[in-house]
Design a protein around this ligand. Sequence first.
Ligand SMILES: Cc1cc2nc3c(=O)[nH]c(=O)nc-3n(C[C@H](O)[C@H](O)[C@H](O)COP(=O)(O)OP(=O)(O)OC[C@H]3O[C@@H](n4cnc5c(N)ncnc54)[C@H](O)[C@@H]3O)c2cc1C
Length: 451
Amino acid sequence: MTTQPRRRPRVLIVGAGFAGYQTARELSRTLRGRAEIVLLNPTDYFLYLPLLPQVSAGVLEPRRVTVSLPGTLRHVRLVLGEAGHIDLDGRRVQYTDPEGTPGDIRYDRLVLAVGSVSKLLPIPGVAEHATGFRGLPEALYLRDHITRQIELAASAADPAECASRCTFVVVGAGYTGTEVAAHGKMFTDALVRKHPAWPEGARPRWLLLDVADRVLPGLDRRLSDTADQVLRSRGVDVRTGTSVKESTREGVLLDTGEFVETRSLIWCVGVRPDPLVSELGLPVERGRLVVTPQLEVPGRPGVFACGDAAAVPDLHRPGEYTPMTAQHASRQGKVAARNVAASLGVGTPAPYRHSDLGFAVDLGGVKAAANPLGVPLSGVVAGAVTRGYHLAAMPGNRVRVAADWLLDAALPRQAVQLGLVRSWQVPLDTASPEVAKAGPGRQTGAGRGEE
Ligand SMILES: Cc1cc2nc3c(=O)[nH]c(=O)nc-3n(C[C@H](O)[C@H](O)[C@H](O)COP(=O)(O)OP(=O)(O)OC[C@H]3O[C@@H](n4cnc5c(N)ncnc54)[C@H](O)[C@@H]3O)c2cc1C
């Protein structure tokens, strides 16, 4: 009589962002081959989102802000694909791979770390005319778009067209919008300075709008004051207490009644959890999957969630949930790994408990606003701390990022548009900001079968 070898339990992690990447990394260290670790993600890289504004401003090459999953996660099997349906009773996840082929994967433990997507507001014209800022395709599109607008403005015969092309409206003055506007203004100023036939008197104009009464509304007031002062000194038109009423091909109608002629509306109003989690039919809090302090889904043993997609109780502020930040997501990923391992008999479980260590907002050049451990910093010191923080927080590719920063400090910025991403490939209303939308007529395979 032959005995069947015992099957290793399979841990399936869906999403390889801040939370999922850390879960996979920690699990491969702690389990040491005692379970199969499978990571399901649409791309073969982890994306370091906080540096995305520097990609759209041409400071960093796009591949710098990515970290190869197969290259850095040992003992983790990467499955390229996007989860579409999760069968919690049958313990299976259905997905579609990048070539459209469907697949199906079984699990013993599941970690949901699918992050978030751009938040839409019901404002006429915004879904059609605005560009989001949640993934690499959008950042690449924006870099080209900004360059193209400046080049077309330079050759426009009509001064009104030139002014419209030179005007960029950013909605949302959280850390993303603030960084996009701060870097964007420097980028367009640099493009104009280098342009041999720039029209006399024309100036790139950046508007940063927010309904709140200050920029960086969720952060320490002193960071807001620093960012506000840097933005204004750079010439960004900061409009607090202001929003968009309508967007058209010609421009943007503000709620003050003013119409701003522009070809560029950049939507940074925030994010909402990936819609995949609300489709599970489980309790959610503002679209985030409700979990226990141990990051487990109540009533579903073996199912965990963390990062932006999960409503994690904030044990330092009873009654509240932890904010959607990279800091929380990556730390939650480590705790999820610990608790998954404990559920497999390795180590002991622990609740998620973490208080903010401060925030860093890169304002371009050598400027930043930061408050590490609550100490407010501005100017060059904040700039150095912010860049040092990013290098320390990135799980790889640090030397290349630092090299790009050095090159940017020493050389003029390279102004070319590659045209690789088109506007229709980056719709604002999408559940998959991490990949550019594929064109019509794409072949789909017969299916990968079950695993
Ligand atoms: C431009 C920008 C700048 C930011 N700057 C900062 C900052 O300076 N500091 C800070 O603390 N936070 C910052 N944030 C927020 C921070 O990036 C998020 O809070 C963090 O990324 C959340 O981590 P996560 O793992 O939950 O999600 P993500 O990092 O978004 O990862 C989600 C992963 O899931 C994958 N995925 C999605 N759907 C599926 C699916 N159906 N199937 C399989 N995989 C899927 C995605 O491809 C992605 O790899 C910024 C965000 C943005 C957009």
